[in-house]
Design a protein around this ligand. Structure first.
Ligand SMILES: Cc1cc2nc3c(=O)[nH]c(=O)nc-3n(C[C@H](O)[C@H](O)[C@H](O)COP(=O)(O)O)c2cc1C
Length: 427
């Protein structure tokens, strides 16, 4: 049986599944229930400055029958009293010594204010601190959250202040609302962070109500931009996690966050270089119980692959992230339609004809008359037909003889110009 335990920059956890700071992590009551369900870690809802929340505060992006493909909020940090939270953290740690309790913090950018709150948190027995430099709404307008995470100098400076007094490892939670995640990541490292977590939420407006003509969510006839999360943000988060873990100058452990709903989502983050993962929206949609499936799924996958420990595969996929210029220009695939699976909907034909390379024909006769045919010579192997096909495994991309690895950068090195491989038009 696989060993799922991890250690994130000095914070041990029996499994890599942590709840991310947010509504599911706002009290000791929730911490007890989460740990009973099996979560390895609990990112306590951000403590800090006094705030007042608005009604309502959440919005969602529904898409073709799915109610919450993306989720959006204009909620601030915790509105519960600091002392109450600290007492509950102390109590939770006593009862769950083997689990990771990471306390998220956000206060104004003054050295003494940071020292004051970190010293209070030191006394709780928590296992780590997470600096919320990511919240993109409400707090950022007051100079906190993403306003810090978007300026590498501030990120480095405040991390240093926290490290001066913190008795436990410090994770810096990064904002995705930047052009290049490398800069804030390296700034956290330079400030002495023990790890980073990413991503926090993405600036967004999920939609506009066509009756009231007000953006969502509405607060007495007005709205505000909010933070986007849930399944829709997973590709952005995976890219940012991969970018940092792939960078040879970046050496900190990563806690991966963003759109994780299943064990396989989580495993993708581990493969892209995360050591632990954090989940918020999925816990809000489905409850704490989803962790059981995550533990079982990851264990089974690791057993099947012969991995005993997460460190044996963490970052494996990130190593395969390459510059575009290093990809093989001679690699060729063409689409193949499995006639037995094809339902004859011809969506592949329409997509290829109107928006790709006109490489699909409808010239078959008899029983196969609705099954399109790929013109191998015209197909550029773009994947579009296989992506729009509604039947799984019906269209696959099949490798063709390659003429030896040669990338754009190889050509440049040799002072040559690559020949185009755009196929001849036969349509
Ligand atoms: C309603 C809501 C409130 C949140 N509050 C916080 C917070 O107080 N501190 C924080 O660091 N992140 C907060 N987050 C961000 C999450 O921790 C997480 O980074 C983000 O939602 C992406 O993960 P997900 O796709 O699993 O939700 C909040 C997210 C939501 C949806």
């Amino acid at each position: 049986m696989a060993d799922l335990s991890v250690n994130v920059g000095g914070t041990p956890s029996p499994n890599p599944f942590w709840l991310a700071s947010g509504p599911p992590t706002n009290s000791g009551y929730q911490a007890h229930r989460a740990f009973e369900a099996g979560w390895g870690g609990f990112g306590w809802k951000t403590l800090g400055a006094h705030i007042v929340n608005v009604n309502s505060r959440y919005g969602a992006l529904p898409y073709k029958g799915k109610r919450v493909v993306g989720f959006n909020n204009i909620e601030l940090i915790t509105d519960r009293p600091l002392e109450e939270n600290l007492a509950e953290i102390r109590e939770v740690k006593k009862r769950w010594p083997d689990r990771a309790v990471i306390v998220s913090l956000m206060v104004e950018s003054k050295r003494e204010t940071w020292h004051e709150i970190v010293k209070k948190v030191n006394d709780t027995g928590c296992d780590g601190i997470e600096l919320n430099f990511g919240c993109p709404h409400g707090m950022s307008e007051r100079g906190m959250g993403a306003a810090v995470g978007q300026v590498p100098e501030y990120t480095c400076q405040i991390t240093q202040w926290v490290k001066e007094v913190s008795a436990v490892p410090v994770l810096v939670k990064l904002t995705p609302n930047v052009a290049d995640i490398t800069y804030p990541g390296l700034a956290a490292q330079n400030g002495g962070a023990d790890g980073v977590s990413l991503i926090n939420t993405i600036n967004s407006v999920t939609g506009v109500d066509l009756d009231t003509m007000c953006p969502n969510p509405q607060v007495h006839g007005k709205s505000a931009h909010g933070g986007y999360c849930g399944p829709a943000v997973k590709p952005i988060a995976l890219n940012m996690v991969g970018t940092l873990s792939h960078n040879p100058n970046f050496r900190l452990p990563i806690s991966g966050i963003g759109g994780i709903e299943t064990w396989s989502d989580a495993t993708e983050f581990l493969l892209m270089g995360a050591t632990s993962v954090q989940v918020c929206t999925a816990a809000m949609k489905f409850g704490f119980r989803i962790v059981r499936d995550m533990i079982d799924g990851l264990s089974n996958w690791m057993d099947g692959k012969g991995f005993q420990h997460i460190s044996q595969f963490s970052g494996h996929a990130a190593k395969k992230l390459s510059d575009w210029g290093d990809l093989d220009l001679n690699y060729r695939v063409v689409a193949h339609i499995d006639e037995a699976r094809c339902v004859g909907c011809q969506l592949c034909y329409i997509a290829c004809e109107d928006a790709a390379h006109q490489a699909i024909r409808r010239d078959r006769q008899g029983d196969l008359s609705r099954v399109p045919r790929i013109d191998d010579e015209a197909c550029v192997g773009c994947n579009l037909c296989s992506l729009v096909c509604p039947v799984e495994h019906c269209i696959s991309m099949v490798g063709r003889d390659a003429a030896g690895y040669r990338s754009w950068n190889d050509y440049l090195k040799d002072g040559e110009t690559p020949r185009g491989n755009y196929p001849l038009h036969t349509a």
